[in-house]
Design a protein around this ligand. Structure first.
Ligand code: SAM
Length: 194
C-alpha cells in the first residue's frame, strides 16, 4: 500500500464514474479528494453537511460513505443533467437532499442554517458568495475547497482568481487553514469564531 493508493472506495462509485464518463461531464472530483472528504465526514457524527456543486455525485458518494446514520447532507447544483445522474445512484439514501437551483441565490436566501462541513466545489461559496457560505459554517466546522493547483480546464485568467481566494482565506482571523498539495490542491479550514 502506497500513500496515494485509494482505499476501499464507495461501492456505487464505479457506476457513477461510468455514467459520468458517458455523459461527458468533465469536472468530477478525483478519488484522493473523495478519501479526504470521507475521512472528514466521519469526524462529524450526526453532522450536517453541505456540498455546493453536486456534479454527478462523486463527492456526494464519498461524503455519504463517511457520514453516520444520523448525519444529513444537502447538495446543490444548478445543472439538472449531472444532478440527475447523482440522484439516480444516490437518491435512495434518505440522508441526502438534492437541490437543483443556483447556489449563489440559495446561499443569499439562507437565514440561520448551520453546517458542520461545507465542501464548496463550485464558483458560488468559493469565488463569490464566500461570506454567505462561511456564515453558514458552525464554529468548529470545516470548509473544504479543491482545484487550487493549475488544471487543464481552467478558463483564461483563472489563476488570478485562485491566488486572490487563497490570500482572502489566509487573511481571515476566523479561520485556521491548511493548504494541501493533495489531489487537485486543497484548502482545509476550520472556523474558530463566528
Ligand atoms: C467541479 S463540479 C462539481 C463536482 C462534484 N462536487 C464532484 O465531487 O464530482 C462544479 C459543479 O458546479 C455546478 N455549478 C456551476 N455554477 C453553479 C451555480 N451558480 N449554482 C449551482 N451549481 C453550479 C456545475 O454545474 C458543476 O456541476
Amino acid at each position: 500500500m502506497r500513500l496515494f493508493d485509494v482505499m476501499s472506495p464507495p461501492e456505487v462509485l464505479t457506476e457513477i464514474q461510468r455514467a459520468t464518463a458517458e455523459s461527458g461531464f468533465g469536472m468530477a472530483s478525483e478519488p484522493l479528494t473523495g478519501t479526504l472528504l470521507r475521512t472528514l465526514a466521519a469526524s462529524k457524527p450526526a453532522g450536517r453537511f453541505l456540498e455546493i456543486g453536486t456534479g454527478t455525485g462523486i463527492g456526494t458518494a464519498w461524503l455519504l460513505d463517511g457520514m453516520d446514520a444520523a448525519s444529513t447532507l444537502v447538495t446543490i447544483d444548478n445543472a439538472a443533467a449531472p444532478s440527475a445522474i447523482a440522484q439516480r445512484f444516490l437518491g435512495h439514501d434518505s440522508r441526502v437532499r438534492f437541490l437543483v437551483q443556483d447556489a449563489e441565490v440559495w446561499l443569499k436566501q439562507q437565514g440561520g442554517d448551520q453546517f458542520d462541513l461545507i465542501f464548496a466545489d463550485s464558483f458560488p461559496g468559493k469565488f463569490y458568495a464566500l461570506d454567505e457560505a462561511l456564515h453558514m459554517l458552525k464554529v468548529g466546522g470545516l470548509y473544504v475547497i479543491d482545484d487550487l493547483l493549475p488544471q487543464s480546464n481552467w478558463p483564461e485568467g483563472h489563476q488570478t482568481n485562485v491566488d486572490r481566494l487563497i490570500t482572502t482565506l489566509s487573511n481571515r482571523d476566523s479561520l485556521r487553514l491548511t493548504k494541501l498539495a493533495w489531489a487537485s490542491g486543497i484548502i482545509l479550514a476550520t472556523k474558530i469564531t463566528q
